[in-house]
Design a protein around this ligand. Sequence first.
Ligand code: NAD
Length: 358
Amino acid sequence: MGEDFKIAVIPGDGIGPEVVREALGVLEKIAVTSGHRFTIKELLAGGCAIDATGRPLPPETVQACRESDAVLLGAVGGEKWDGLPGDQRPEMALLGLRGQLGLYANLRPAFLYQQLKEACPLKPEIIGDQIDLMVVRELTGGIYFGPRGRSKQDSREQAFDTEIYSEGEVERIARIAFDIARQRNSKVTSVDKANILESSRLWREVVIRVSQDFPEVKLNHLYVDNAAMQMVRDPKQFDVIVTSNLFGDILSDEAGMITGSIGMLPSASLGEGNFGLYEPVHGSAPDLAGKDQANPLATILSVAMMLRYSFNLSAEAAAIKQAVERVLAAGYRTGDIMSPGKTLVGTEQIGKLVTSFI
Ligand code: NAD
């Protein structure tokens, strides 16, 4: 007997609707091959929601997300809305969703497909056989949310932001990291700045305590400056990296760069239980919108993450990843990952190819 899953789908703006359409095509095929049922509810957020309702994140959208098992999001934003004040811009929908849905763990895998090795800026001897790491970033705490302010000192301005973490915040993100490592290569690297920062010392203590519940997972610690260096010196040493909001913001972009194109990068933001929001790392790419040129693989791979982390369907998730690999191996490329001798295809065609290879 197949299971029923409810998915809130937010196509958004720019290339969002195009890449989401292809990802849903792949999901339909998974429904056929697996016998599970996926009920889709399409919702507004971002610029299109501003046009339709006057606000970037209508309360009905948040409510419908809460009533779902997972959320799939394309991308939001575009020039049309760039003139709006900060708190009314499409991108506010993203912060609103993360906050209101309690999504505190951001997962960004950096996986270099063998077929795209030439897109990686690192030397072949550094890449070796495989780069496959996962950055687990704390998403709702730390300096982005701590006390902040500006004041005047001798008629000159000063400003401050505060890095602040509670034991509970570190504990829950650490648990997610160890849990994921257990399903991968059983290694966690915790990144902090414990030689300088008090908040990092607490971070390290709590991570060590949580690690005792996961004796099969190996733990090591790196200072963030060293971690940034190791990422380009020897990325193969990493399996799961767990770190704070600020450090994770920077390291996940660095890790993403290793894979060559932003069009290949999926992400997940997890909350309590198995609930999560899944989206490509890229934005709405207004330069490509409506041209059938966007790479939908990041969104398709985000659906694979949804199957794995929210629905516990790891075989189906693996089937999607394998289909992507086979499409690349057969030489098909969208513009962003094109190289000489390969076959250039559009958004729709590469989506159909992935579907047909499942
Ligand atoms: P972007 O990610 O949209 O585009 C950056 C570059 O990457 C562009 O050259 C674009 O053509 C290319 N690109 C992006 N996705 C691609 C894909 N799937 N296939 C091929 N090429 C792709 O970032 P930007 O240009 O800085 O921002 C554009 C808009 O998106 C802005 O309004 C921004 O605020 C918004 N944005 C939204 C999100 C989100 O929804 N999560 C994230 C970042 C930016």
